[in-house]
Design a protein around this ligand. Structure first.
Ligand code: CMP
Length: 144
């Protein structure tokens, strides 16, 4: 059964011109792009998206960073697409993410307060459904 995940190319990735590179890796892996939109997210959307991190020390700077410019929001589909994209992305800290991954090849810690790690990918079927509903309310729940 095909599975859907929400991928964001974060403002650092858009600023650096890496949208095409991220999409290329997703497509080269064999996943399908179902929806694609470049937009600057407002605080309501980001607050809902990052609700689980509210209260953490990095929450406010994270929301500010994520709203600092356009992000590329992408719905990606394929068998095991959620864990597949997380594997493509690499671990959260781009300095130590494995080479071969998006973060490991293209990212690093620039000494800024927020982890600017180029991409986001949903971490479970529940968060994928929730996040796709937030970013693309016009999409019906994924067929399974
Ligand atoms: P993301 O996958 O979008 O989910 C939460 C985000 O919070 C994460 O990527 C990072 O950008 C950020 N983040 C996670 N941990 C930290 C941290 N310790 N300090 C700063 N930012 C963090």
């Amino acid at each position: 059964a095909a599975e859907r995940t929400l991928v964001l190319v974060k403002p650092d990735g858009v600023r650096r011109g890496l949208v095409g590179e991220v999409l290329r890796r997703i497509e080269a892996k064999g996943y399908t792009l179902v929806a694609l939109d470049l937009r600057t997210a407002d605080d309501d959307l980001l607050g809902a998206h990052y609700a689980e991190h509210e209260g953490k020390p990095f929450y406010a700077p994270l929301v500010e960073f994520m709203g600092s410019g356009p992000v590329a929001a992408v719905v990606v589909e394929g068998h095991r697409a959620i864990e597949g994209f997380r594997s493509l992305a690499g671990t959260t800290d781009p300095t130590t993410a494995a080479p071969g991954t998006i973060r490991g090849d293209l990212g690093r810690d620039w000494g800024l307060a927020v982890t600017q790690n180029l991409v986001h990918g949903s971490d479970s079927t529940e968060s994928a459904a929730r996040e796709i509903g937030l970013w693309f309310p016009e999409l019906a729940p994924a067929a399974s």
